[in-house]
Design a binder for this molecule. Structure first.
Ligand code: S3P
Ligand code: PEP
Length: 453
């Protein structure tokens, strides 16, 4: 992967409780989707609270390369709490307004960019190539190649290994009824986005409900989308062919996946009391709140409201002694990206935590079953990896260690939290990868714990 992720970060144990009020950067999933739908809508979409993380910047660059003008609005500002609040203007050109890029589209480290944009590109009348960094180009793409091909798209893995680079050429799309084996919002979204361009309705069924931001936002932009749960517990989302999408004003809530590190740090460090403002609590994303409460956490949602179709709240988190739990089934998609930091909580909790049904962890930015296990073992935790998760016998005191981030932002941040509650110093290797989803993470967590890093 790119040399820019080479910086190592020293973490010393927290010397003080975490206290105060923080505001988390915008939701990554919603930021991606707002740019994508804005680009293929008619008119100018205004996105407040956009996440300027590396992944979302990859999405912006892809659409700029396809002729879409995207700019920061003058009113982008530094808020009173010193955080930058970017407001983005996306000058959409309509469903058929994208132009052929003059070279490959580079999606960096971002699975969301690659898979969702593939659904849009399948409906264009030009050919292009999608490629990412080393990690991205190892992740499975057959999961989108298969349904998009069934719809009539011409999409292939150029090296024939089921991974990017992907070559996408014009094809005439028709609606399908697709049964996805995995509960994946990226697969569902790729199919629904291609469904905008199909000549008949498209349906995707998934075994459990994955994050539903695409469905909500497509509806807001004027598409005819619906979803329901089947009798066997699976979920079905459908979309009608679409003539035009219309620009929207979108307020992106804070990312609960980023809030997760502050929730966890406050739960682990005695005496902590943290108010995390304006966090998205969409039930398809908020599984971490449920699981933490099951583990004994004191977390209260206050000031609940709906912003641009997304449930949002301030989270008040108090230090809490935790105990182990079982995590699996339909909860997994609602907390998939939080499992690294939940595993850290489990290592500090009394008793045993069993994580199952989470084989998807193996195909993220790193093999997260492996990277979590290795990191926790290096710190002295008792953890046994399994095929679809892990078993953690918690409650041992952890010690600082050298932690390989595997260039995976979630691993770097989860082990930063582990290090704050450990004995001795920890080095997070290649820690700059946090910029993928949370630029400024180290400044924020450092200012709260008043640690000397
Ligand atoms: O659609 C999205 O925005 C995402 C979906 C999830 O991936 P899968 O769809 O592969 O589960 C998640 O892990 C990723 O961080 C973001
Ligand atoms: C898996 C993640 O993202 P993506 O799939 O977009 O790379 C993540 O942010 O943890």
């Amino acid at each position: 992967m790119n040399g820019k992720f080479t910086h190592n970060q020293l973490i010393t144990p927290a010397m003080h409780p975490l206290s105060g009020t923080i505001r988390i950067p915008g939701d990554k999933s919603i930021s991606h989707r707002a740019v994508m739908l804005g680009a293929i809508a008619k008119g100018t979409t205004r996105i407040q609270g956009f996440l300027p993380g590396a992944d979302c910047l990859s999405t912006i660059e892809c659409f700029q390369k396809m002729g879409i003008r995207i700019e920061y609005a003058d009113s982008s500002s530094v808020r009173s709490d010193n955080s930058f609040s970017p407001e983005l203007l996306v000058h959409g050109q309509g469903l058929h307004g994208l132009k052929q890029p003059d070279g490959p589209l580079y999606t960096g480290n971002s699975g969301t960019t690659t898979r969702l944009i593939s659904g849009i590109l399948a409906g264009q009348d030009f050919s292009c190539i999608l490629t990412g960094d080393d990690s991205l180009n190892r992740r499975p793409m057959n999961r989108i190649i298969e349904p998009l091909s069934q719809m009539g798209a011409s999409i292939k893995s150029i090296s024939g290994n089921g991974c990017a680079p992907l070559g996408i050429s014009p094809g005439k799309l028709h609606g399908i009824r697709y049964n996805s084996k995995v509960a994946s919002a990226q697969v569902k979204s790729a199919v629904l986005l291609a469904g905008l361009y199909a000549d008949s309705p498209t349906e995707v069924t998934e075994p459990a409900l994955s994050r539903n931001h695409t469905e909500s936002m497509l509806s807001g932009f004027g598409a005819d989308v619906s979803s329901h749960q089947n009798e066997n517990g699976s979920w079905c989302a459908s979309i009608q062919p679409c003539r035009e999408l219309f620009a929207q004003d979108i307020q992106v809530p804070g990312d609960i996946s980023s809030a997760a590190y502050f929730i966890a740090a406050a739960l682990l460090i005695p005496g902590s009391r943290l108010l995390i403002k304006n966090t998205g609590i969409n039930p398809t994303r908020a599984g971490i709140l449920k699981i933490c409460r099951e583990m004994g956490a004191d977390i209260t949602c206050i000031n609940q409201h709906v912003s641009a179709g997304e449930p949002t709240a301030d989270l008040l988190v108090n230090y809490s002694p935790l105990h182990g739990t079982a995590i699996g089934g339909s909860d997994i998609p609602t907390l998939i990206d939080e499992l690294p930091v939940i595993a850290v909580l489990a290592a500090y909790a009394k008793g045993t935590t069993v994580i199952s049904d989470a084989a998807e962890l193996k195909v993220k930015e790193s093999n997260r079953i492996d990277s979590i296990t290795r990191g926790l073992q290096a710190m002295g935790a008792d953890v046994i990896p399994t095929d679809d998760g892990m078993i953690i016998h918690g409650g041992k005191a952890l010690r600082g260690a050298a932690i390989d981030s595997f260039l995976d932002h979630r691993i770097a941040m989860a082990f930063t939290v582990a290090a704050l509650a450990a004995e001795g110093e920890t080095i997070i290797q290649n820690a700059q990868c946090v910029d993928v989803s949370y630029p400024g993470f180290y400044d924020e967590i450092c200012s709260l714990g008043r640690n000397t890093f």
